[in-house]
Design a protein around this ligand. Structure first.
Ligand code: ADP
Length: 228
């Protein structure tokens, strides 16, 4: 029997209220452990598609499993499953300001695991481990607002990784990073063993990281093939 895809999108249609359709009949599937890049011009619908993957936008099927268009490891992304879906799917926003809201790095990274109900000592160990993994050891007490963009992006990634997701969804993870930060982030992502779907304009990173590329334009998936 074929394995259940990690991310499965079936004829996803979406329009923002009062706007033309942003996503049209999008179908895609990402297998467990695969790294897939989503490319396309600005305004093509990449962020909108990613936001659907952990239910951050209302879909036409928000309540109804029968009509769900997005599935994570076989579970429909509908309101009743959002808590469990968000345990499995870690989402890295393009802009760290959309993700970080605590006064210190340690509290931002601890927020997710505490919400999962983990004990404080377990959370504290996870915070140190993930900060170390993203190259920010000992940053727990630092003021988030006083970090560079590259450091803030890494704090966001630590916050996501601290929840130990099976699936990583990354929206323009390399934007506003200098070449060294891009290389370091690439190494961190290469070490992640789960499934990854990343939207990016950085074609060098696409070649370096992804097994497969999806091309989206005007809300339609136009190509799906091996990166080579
Ligand atoms: P991409 O990530 O490929 O740049 P987006 O998904 O951000 O594309 O945007 C796709 C289209 O949806 C664009 O035309 C954009 O202007 C529009 N859009 C994005 N967010 C909203 C919103 N909150 N309300 C209305 N339109 C939006």
């Amino acid at each position: 029997m074929p394995e259940t895809p990690s991310i499965d999108v079936r004829e996803l249609n979406f329009r923002y209220p009062g706007c033309a359709p942003t996503l049209r009949d999008v179908c895609l599937s990402v297998e467990a452990g695969e790294t897939v890049a989503l490319v396309g011009p600005s305004g093509a619908g990449k962020s909108t598609l990613l936001l659907h993957i952990n239910g951050l936008l209302p879909t036409t099927a928000a309540h109804d499993a029968e009509q769900a268009a997005v599935f994570i490891n076989g579970t429909p992304v509908i309101r009743e499953h959002l808590t469990s879906i968000r345990k499995e799917v870690g989402f890295l926003f393009q802009n760290p300001d959309d993700q970080l809201f605590c006064p210190t790095v340690g509290r931002d990274v601890a927020f997710g695991p505490l919400n999962l109900g983990l004990a404080r000592d377990v959370v504290s160990a996870r915070v140190s481990e993930t900060l170390e993994a993203v190259g920010l050891p000992g940053f727990e007490d630092r003021d988030t607002l006083q970090l560079s963009v590259g450091e803030r992006k890494r704090v966001c990634l630590a916050a996501v990784l601290a929840c130990q997701p099976k699936v990583l969804v990354l929206d323009e993870p390399f934007s506003n990073l200098d070449p060294r930060n891009r290389r370091e982030l690439t190494t961190i992502l290469k070490n992640f063993e789960g499934t990854q779907l990343l939207a990016t304009h950085d074609l060098d990173r696409v070649v370096d990281l992804s097994d497969r590329v999806l091309l989206i334009d005007e809300g339609e998936l136009r190509a799906d093939g091996a990166t080579r």
